[in-house]
Design a protein around this ligand. Structure first.
Ligand code: ZN
Length: 149
């Protein structure tokens, strides 16, 4: 494991998202507008449509799932880091319909907000940088630079 420096907590936000608009886009926009570069977040609420995906590790690609129905957001957990110098939200979502059975995955554009309450905790320190990791086929955090000997 590479050496990690601890973060200090920065600004703490609690806000709601607009009905009828895209969930991921609104989170991205919030980070961009407030210059949040490093954070953790969670949210609860409901959507009227959802799009998420499952990463197929053998084929190294995302398999997309779209649900055009009313669903509760049981949990949305994610983080904010920098990709190409811009804040990028990475979040996973757990949803349930009328029967209460949970579905979910890697949250994508295409989740339409019915209602959503977000908690976001900014972290102050060296922002995480996300880059394409060829071996994994994913956009992952690059490890901190090792000190020169
Ligand atoms: Zn993911």
């Amino acid at each position: 494991m590479p050496e990690e420096r601890p973060y200090l907590t920065g600004r703490t936000y609690l806000f709601r998202l607009n009905k009828g608009e895209d969930l991921l886009e609104q989170l991205q926009e919030f980070c961009h507008n407030n210059q949040v570069k490093c954070a953790t977040l969670n949210a609860i609420g409901a959507v009227s449509a959802a799009t998420f995906s499952f990463f197929d590790q053998k084929k190294k690609k995302y398999v997309k799932v779209h649900k055009e129905e009313e669903l509760e957001i049981l949990n949305l957990t994610g983080n904010v880091s920098l990709m190409d110098d811009k804040p990028m939200v990475h979040a996973h979502i757990t949803l349930a319909g009328e029967n209460g059975a949970a579905i979910g995955g890697h949250m994508m554009q295409g989740c339409t907000v019915y209602a959503c309450e977000v908690f976001m905790q900014e972290l102050v320190g060296e922002p995480k940088i996300r880059k394409s990791d060829k071996a994994a086929g994913l956009l992952l955090w690059i490890n901190p630079q090792l000190k020169p000997r």
